[in-house]
Design a protein around this ligand. Structure first.
Ligand SMILES: Nc1ncnc2c1ncn2[C@@H]1O[C@H](COP(=O)(O)OP(=O)(O)OP(=O)(O)O)[C@@H](O)[C@H]1O
Ligand SMILES: [Mg+2]
Length: 503
């Protein structure tokens, strides 16, 4: 009866073990219960966050029989004496057992001895060898799974932040570039030789000095991180702004760097936007300076106009009136003659005043509208220019635009036509108006000399007047924009688009 119960318990234990081992292999990832069963305790599992995976694997391999076994701290060194003691104890038990059956033949004794030894030692082998090995296998598999998972996470993160990875081995004089690092510059992964010289060769010549100064500072321990913004050449020959950040992670006893790792970030769009802003700031500074200068010039010109023309006429008028007042004129006819002369002077004064005012702001603009004012202006300019033909094409439906927009249109057309006459020596200038539902578009083109706008903007020395800048600023003030397209020898096109919200 007792024997049956013992056998029953034994079978249950064996079946449980088989079940554990089978489910552990089939699931790979060990559940909490299984961890308890195989002693993969929480401290080991949690250690993945604190320890590097490489370290965890090497610890695991070293303590394969120790940490994996249900007896904590049992190292391979303790396992051998345990085995010797087990064999010794087993043999004593067998010797006693055989002693009870002295009549057995030697061959049977040897067979019983071997069988019993096997039976007694098998739990020892199972619990101290097979079970730890299974647990070790599962733990290793888990750690490798974590490694793959964290590598995937790193790849995804680097992809999301648009970063490429580099890893520099100073001893081997090689540098690993991640696929993203190479793709950032248009290269297929693996096509750049993993050498520092490959990186060096792609850096813009003007940025090299600064990049290597920043790098040296870090390698010599003067800065905590290496960080530099510079241009790199792409596969297609253009330049992209890159931000490199990195750090030496291993140094030898003499503090010589052994390994450095870091990232490359594509900051091209930000840099281009920054450069645009800087250029705009520069333009605005120059514009405000020109504004001050030109208002001085304008005041002088106004004073001159008033003095030379209006002032002279006023003096003539004063003299005429004084003559009448002093009764110097005796005859009625003579009086009539002088009065007519004085009225003529008054007319000329009115004309002179109107000319001055027109220069300040054309009064016609408010009275008769933009198109009619431009027609008058174009005719006036054509007369002054002599041989140049100026065509104005406007829609039949001449809508009135908001007063500020009309003034902006007029001033931009005035400047564009003036520029064409002043710089381009054209034979023809065309001004075309188009009204859309939300915008007014004006195109002023000439068939003159043309110019290189890029060169003009880039050059510090070439003349960059108030006119083009003023056009842009005037348009921007009413949320519009000006596009200038010019090629030397092929004339100039100035396109102005202004928003107009009229019902
Ligand atoms: N239609 C054009 N054809 C040829 N060159 C032009 C034309 N418009 C502008 N330019 C060139 O662009 C330069 C800048 O023009 P901008 O109107 O800003 O200055 P400006 O006419 O020289 O002086 P300002 O307008 O201040 O009196 C000119 O000096 C000229 O070289
Ligand atoms: Mg000009």
């Amino acid at each position: 009866m007792y024997v049956m119960k013992i056998v029953q318990q034994f079978v249950i234990v064996i079946m449980k073990e088989v079940l554990h081992v089978w489910s552990a292999f089939s699931q790979r990832k060990v559940s909490e219960g299984m961890i308890g069963s195989f002693s993969l305790n929480n401290s080991q599992k949690g250690s993945k966050k604190n320890k590097s995976i490489k370290q965890a694997l090497s610890d695991l391999d070293y303590n394969v029989f120790g940490t994996a076994h249900s007896v904590p701290g049992l190292s391979p060194y303790k396992l051998l004496p345990l085995l010797v003691v087990s064999v010794f104890c087993s043999e004593i038990i067998i010797m006693f057992a055989l002693h009870l059956f002295p009549a057995l033949p030697t061959i049977t004794e040897a067979f019983v001895d071997a069988t019993m030894l096997l039976v007694i030692l098998s739990p020892t082998f199972y619990f101290f060898h097979y079970r730890p090995l299974v647990a070790h296998y599962i733990q290793r598999k888990n750690i490798i799974d974590q490694l793959v998972e964290s590598e995937e996470q790193l790849d995804l993160t680097l992809d999301a932040v648009n970063d490429g990875l580099w890893d520099w081995d100073f001893k081997a004089e090689s540098i690993y570039f991640s696929p993203r690092w190479e793709r950032m510059l248009g290269y297929e992964p693996g096509s750049i030789e993993p050498k520092v010289s490959s990186w060096d060769a792609l850096i813009h010549l003007s940025d090299k000095k600064k990049v290597f100064r920043d790098l040296d500072d870090h390698l010599l321990g003067k800065s905590e991180y290496f960080e530099s913004e510079y241009r790199m050449k792409t596969k297609y020959g253009d330049w992209r702004w890159i931000l490199t950040r990195g750090k030496v992670v291993t140094r030898d006893l003499e503090n010589t760097p052994l390994r450095a790792v870091g990232t490359n970030t594509d900051i091209h769009s930000r840099k281009v936007a920054e450069e645009g802003l800087q250029q705009r700031e520069k333009d605005i500074r120059r514009l405000s300076w020109q504004l001050i200068e030109s208002s001085e010039v304008e005041s002088k010109r106004l004073a001159q106009d008033l003095h030379d023309d209006f002032g002279q006429l006023l003096t003539a008028l004063k003299l005429g009136v004084e003559m009448i007042q002093n009764h110097q004129i005796k005859e009625e006819d003579e009086l009539q003659f002088h009065c007519a002369r004085l009225l003529g002077t008054v007319d000329r004064m009115a004309a002179s005043l109107s000319h001055v005012c027109d220069n300040l702001r054309p009064v016609m603009l408010d009275d008769i509208g933009l198109i009619a004012t431009l027609k008058w202006f174009v005719k006036d300019m054509e007369q002054q220019a002599g041989t140049v033909k100026i065509n104005l094409e406007s829609p039949a439906d001449q809508k009135r635009l908001p007063p500020d927009v009309e003034l902006v249109c007029f001033r931009i057309c005035q400047e564009a036509i003036n520029n064409a006459l002043k710089h381009a020596a054209p034979t023809e200038i065309n001004v075309k108006f188009r009204f859309g539902s939300k915008t007014a578009t004006i195109l002023i083109s000439d068939n003159g000399k043309g110019f290189d706008l890029k060169k003009l903007k880039a050059s510090e020395t070439s003349h960059w007047g108030f006119g083009l800048l003023g056009m842009n600023e005037r348009a921007a003030a009413v949320d519009g924009y000006v596009g200038i397209d010019s090629t030397p020898g092929k004339g100039t096109r100035v396109e102005v688009v202004l928003p107009v919200f009229i019902d």
